[in-house]
Ligand binder design. Structure first.
Ligand SMILES: N[C@@H](CCC(=O)N[C@@H](CS)C(=O)NCC(=O)O)C(=O)O
Length: 211
């Protein structure tokens, strides 16, 4: 199976951490797509295999022998259900809905982080400070909501925790000055522990020309 990735994407990272936590990385060929700071605001030239794989032209994208999945949600679902024996997310029942509720909040943060990053990469003339502020407020509001969930976090580093940890890591990396750690101190303490897991360390974004 081919998984199209870039080094900095939080959407890619939640898939990669899930794969590493399940210990199934040898089932995948990881393909780095062409990357550019322009991805957010302009058309970027991708290889023909990537364009053939996904009409959406976003990463992550997973090509299996039977089908192509073009977003992290369906890929995580496939990895968990088809390859992972539902070890990262319950197949049904209350545990599933509780986890999906947390995942939706963590994904709300990631969506805001990525949209804000794209806005910041636009020219000064085009950039909207209102939009950037709206995304920042959403990030901090969602961190505040996840802070209340920390006492109920279970022992398992499941898809809800993985997605939450990825959101925390991205804010530390790009938006530390917002002060998410002040808004969510228990979450920050939890993140400091789980960020040392091998899966998190192996997927940590680095500030390089590639990121
Ligand atoms: N909802 C999608 C979002 C994927 C996404 O937005 N990926 C970004 C990189 S973080 C991307 O490929 N952007 C390129 C573009 O929008 O042209 C998912 O869960 O995978």
């Amino acid at each position: 199976m081919r998984l199209y990735v870039t080094p900095a994407s939080p959407w890619v990272r939640r898939v990669r951490v899930s794969i590493l936590e399940l210990g199934i990385e040898d089932r995948f060929e990881f393909v780095q797509t062409r990357w550019s700071h322009k991805w957010a605001t302009q058309a970027v030239a991708h290889g023909p295999d990537f364009l053939d794989a996904t009409p959406v032209v976003r990463i992550p994208a997973l090509v299996t022998p039977d089908l192509t999945l073009t977003d992290s949600h369906s890929i995580c679902d496939y990895v968990n259900g088809e390859l992972g024996g539902f070890r990262l997310l319950a197949r049904e029942g209350v545990a599933r809905w509780r986890a999906l509720a947390d995942i939706a909040i963590a994904c709300g943060i990631i969506e805001a982080q990525v949209a804000r990053r794209a806005e910041l990469l636009r020219s000064e003339r085009e950039r909207s400070d209102d939009f950037i502020g709206k995304m920042r407020d959403r990030q901090l509001r969602c961190f505040g909501a996840l802070e209340k969930r920390v006492p109920d976090f279970g022992a398992a580093f499941d898809l809800a925790q993985i997605t939450t940890a990825v959101a925390c890591g991205y804010d530390d990396w790009r938006y530390a000055a917002d002060g998410w750690r002040r808004v969510a101190p228990k979450l920050a303490a939890w993140f400091d522990v789980v960020s040392q897991r091998p899966s998190m360390r192996a997927t940590q974004p680095a500030e390089t020309p590639q990121s």
